[in-house]
Ligand binder design. Structure first.
Ligand SMILES: Cc1cc2nc3c(=O)[nH]c(=O)nc-3n(C[C@H](O)[C@H](O)[C@H](O)COP(=O)(O)OP(=O)(O)OC[C@H]3O[C@@H](n4cnc5c(N)ncnc54)[C@H](O)[C@@H]3O)c2cc1C
Length: 388
């Protein structure tokens, strides 16, 4: 008879690892499994904008000090410059207006994963690497997590299966809604002649948003474009690529000088009709995968990870994974989750298209945001801390 664990976390990526760490500080018996081999990050590297709220979570878990001590791993964002191409209206969100040292921080996916893996090891949390989960089945008393390692089937039983694999397909009975944006995110590292000064740029173009995130001595570029255009941009010689970038982005961030690490990611919105089932919870991208506009996806997932841990730690152990507990968690996350989905999708519907009629209202919205400090403060706080 296999051991009955209290919690099995499926996927020790940024969200699953954060949840395991948040639980591991209590006395809960938690095991994490991940298909990647130990000390690797198989998912494509990318620049991630973490909000101030994400920093607070990582500080509490002892991850932040390690990350911040790694040379060039963390770059503070002191301001965000928002504009639209071919239309009036700009606004700048400033950390000083929020009385914060920074609005957020840019880290690479790989550096973050390395610090999380180290924190899991320090906390003595068991992580089974090279274990690919294929299905989660549940009955009222327990969940069974079945997968394979080195071609051999293995199972773990638990009171609660936390699915944080970035996809959630292994859970049956939960409906996934998928909207393909028909675009990809071309990401790259870009250098300008002038040193970056901690300002992030979000520029809306008729094809979709473009972002430049300050990262060490360069910017992390996220350029929304068509699949066809991205393929040709990735293949272009460096000088021609920089010309195209200048034409699309303008000179807001300075004069583009060098580019490296060009690659692309498909863009879609995916969300489940509910985030809990029998003895099962979906977290992070497994519950909702958002367009990277405004850097919301991981930040929302980290709040999922933290809030679920608070719900589990705040109740008697014998209630672990009980339906009432899971429903309470789902209720607790409802507003923030739907606000994240609606905000990113709404932003793209209004700002990420070529409708000339929308150019004027878009400019007006940016101008009003810039001119009305209380509105700007509320907007910035929602981006930083979510909606509760
Ligand atoms: C171009 C781009 C830019 C982005 N920028 C930002 C940003 O600036 N800010 C932001 O907040 N978000 C951003 N995001 C979104 C962010 O990357 C995701 O929200 C985040 O990575 C989700 O984390 P996760 O842990 O839920 O899933 P993942 O990062 O997908 O991690 C899943 C983990 O599960 C493991 N796994 C997968 N399948 C299995 C299986 N069957 N069995 C066991 N283990 C498995 C994987 O190995 C991995 O370790 C961006 C996304 C893209 C594409």
């Amino acid at each position: 008879m296999p051991a009955l664990h209290e919690v099995v976390v499926i996927g020790a990526g940024p969200v699953g690892a954060t949840h395991a760490l948040a639980l591991g500080s209590g006395e809960i018996d938690v095991v994490a499994v991940d298909s990647r081999p130990a000390q690797t990050s198989l998912r494509g590297d990318r620049s991630l904008a973490l909000s101030h709220a994400a920093r607070l979570i990582f500080e509490r878990l002892g991850v932040w000090s390690d990350l911040a001590a790694t040379p060039q791993a963390v770059t503070p964002i002191v301001a965000i410059d928002i504009s639209q191409r071919g239309g009036f209206g700009t606004t700048r969100l400033d950390a000083t207006e929020q009385h914060l040292p920074a609005l957020g921080y840019v880290v690479s996916y790989r550096a973050l994963q390395t610090s999380l893996d180290a924190a899991l090891a320090r906390a003595g949390i068991r992580v089974e690497h090279g274990f690919t989960v294929e299905r989660v089945s549940a009955t009222p008393p327990c969940a069974c997590v079945t997968g394979a390692r080195d071609g051999v089937e293995e199972s773990l039983t638990c009171k609660l299966a936390v699915v944080a694999d970035g996809g959630g397909d292994m859970v049956s009975g939960i409906v996934r809604h998928h909207h393909d944006y028909g675009r990809v995110a071309l990401v790259a590292h870009v250098w300008t002649r002038e040193a970056q000064r901690g300002v992030a740029f979000e520029r809306f173009t008729p094809v979709g948003p473009m972002a430049l995130l300050p990262e060490g001595d360069h910017f992390g570029l996220v350029w929304t474009t068509s699949v066809h255009e991205a393929d040709s941009l990735v293949a272009l010689p460096e000088a021609q690529f920089l010309e195209k970038l200048k034409a699309a982005f303008g000179r807001h961030a300075g004069c583009f000088d060098r580019v490296s690490n060009r690659r692309s990611f498909p863009l879609f919105l995916e969300f489940t009709d509910r985030v809990v089932g029998e003895r099962t919870v979906l977290l992070g991208n497994a519950a909702q995968a958002l367009h990277p506009v405004a850097g919301q996806g991981l930040n929302l997932g980290l709040r999922d990870a933290w809030e679920l841990a608070q719900e589990l730690l705040g109740n008697p152990r014998e209630q672990m994974g009980a339906r009432a507990q899971l429903d309470a968690y789902a209720k607790r996350r409802r507003t923030d989750r739907w606000a994240g989905v609606a905000f990113t999708h709404g932003l793209l519907s209004i700002f990420g298209n070529d409708y000339a009629l929308l150019r004027w209202p878009r400019g007006l919205a940016l101008t009003l945001l810039d001119a009305l400090p209380p509105l700007k403060r509320g907007f910035t706080r929602a981006i930083l801390f979510g909606v509760h």
